[in-house]
Write a protein that binds this ligand. Structure first.
Ligand code: RB5
Length: 141
């Protein structure tokens, strides 16, 4: 079973809990918070998942805030992180194939539950294509 880090701010808390429940039978989640809808600062959670990947605790992660924007910007401050904010499964598929995204960012206030589940499923199941993309991916780090 793949182990994934997951974290959110208050704007993503409800979706984080729904994703954990939906994928419990196929993913072991390392939940790095937050643990309620009380207001917190999204950079701390983006950094927590980035560090879990950099430290080798997990290979990939999921981040959720209201838009997916702030928390993905925070994670992408780290050269080893390629966080992609996706609003549909096509984006998730292409960012895995072409960018080897290691973090999926979601915006709870922008997408519904079924769309979010489709995005997560696609992120989990799509392998990086490599080949011509390797040079470009390496240039980002
Ligand atoms: C919190 O209100 C909101 O700003 C945050 O969840 C996120 O959308 C930031 O990018």
């Amino acid at each position: 079973m793949e182990k994934l880090a997951i974290a959110c701010d208050h704007g993503g808390y409800t979706l984080k809990e729904a994703i954990k429940k939906q994928f419990a039978d196929r993913v072991e989640f390392l939940d790095l918070g937050t643990d309620s809808c009380d207001s917190v600062d999204y950079p701390e959670y983006g950094q927590a998942v980035a560090k879990a990947i950099i430290d080798g605790e997990v290979k990939r992660g999921i981040l959720i805030c209201g838009t997916g924007i702030g928390i993905s910007i925070a994670a992408n401050r780290f050269p080893q992180i390629r966080a992609a904010n996706c609003t549909n499964a096509t984006m998730a598929r292409l960012t895995r194939l072409h960018n080897n995204a290691n973090v999926l960012a979601l915006g709870e206030r922008l997408i519904g539950l079924e769309v979010a589940f489709d995005i997560v499923t696609t992120f989990l199941e799509t392998e990086y294509e490599g080949g011509r993309h390797d040079r470009r991916v390496q240039k980002m780090s």
